[in-house]
Write a protein that binds this ligand. Sequence first.
Ligand code: MG
Length: 287
Amino acid sequence: MKTNWLRGFGAAFMAMALVQCAPAQLPQDTEVWEPEPVAVRPGTAGGAPADAIVLLGSEGADEWRHTDGGKVEWLMKDGVLTVAAGTGNIESVRSFGDVQLHLEWRAPTRIEGESQGRGNSGVFLQKRYEVQILDSYDNRTYSNGQAASVYKQHIPLVNAMKPPGEWQSYDIIFTAPRFASDGALESPACVTVLHNGVLVQNHVELLGRTVYMGQPSYAEHPSKQPLMLQDHGNPVAGFGVGSGQASSTVGATLVRLRHCGAICGIVGDEVVAVTDIFRVHAALQIQ
Ligand code: MG
């Protein structure tokens, strides 16, 4: 017993000695000064940050093309690009890797169809990974296909839809997948989505390319790929997008997208019908 007491005392004494001998900890020991984040002027009143790239503004749809490489046949008016149904999906001329995207859109006030047939469109990151656009206000459909779902992969945490006719917003932070030199997947894509400011996808891991039927999987693709917007043949639809040139080495891309009218989209072989107005705005290129 006495021996144990002495051992305990000895250990405590040694600990105190070590503490006393340790160099003093200073606040600046844990300060990191490099790199210094680049100063970026935030957007005001819903505007884009200073380093954003506007992909669609009032100037026109020059930042977009048909997915076959041809001219966009959607209708551009007052900063709103409206889908001419059946003319096909469009994609951004620029390609993106990791990206922050702010998108505003509006479902049609004229309610037509139900489930997947009401206000269906989508924004595809890297032309492959869809965040669903759908009029999910009082419109039940399968949960992993409603608005703000990662289509057929991730159900949104909540349904944050506003009624048809009101502007909706998506803020999407996308981390692109990485592939090894032999084409093997090194790390999957991840996405975070806020729908009307409400967190609906929290850094979820994508299982692969969006598919309508079957299970998704990855296939190697370039590290940067265009954004894609859908048209699938329903009446008129519109998107407006804008971008400003990235000014820093970090690179930033802002997409403004408006969509008016009715829109249709295709997800894989899926036939989807979208309706009224969409407005998308802001993508921030991270890499
Ligand atoms: Mg869709």
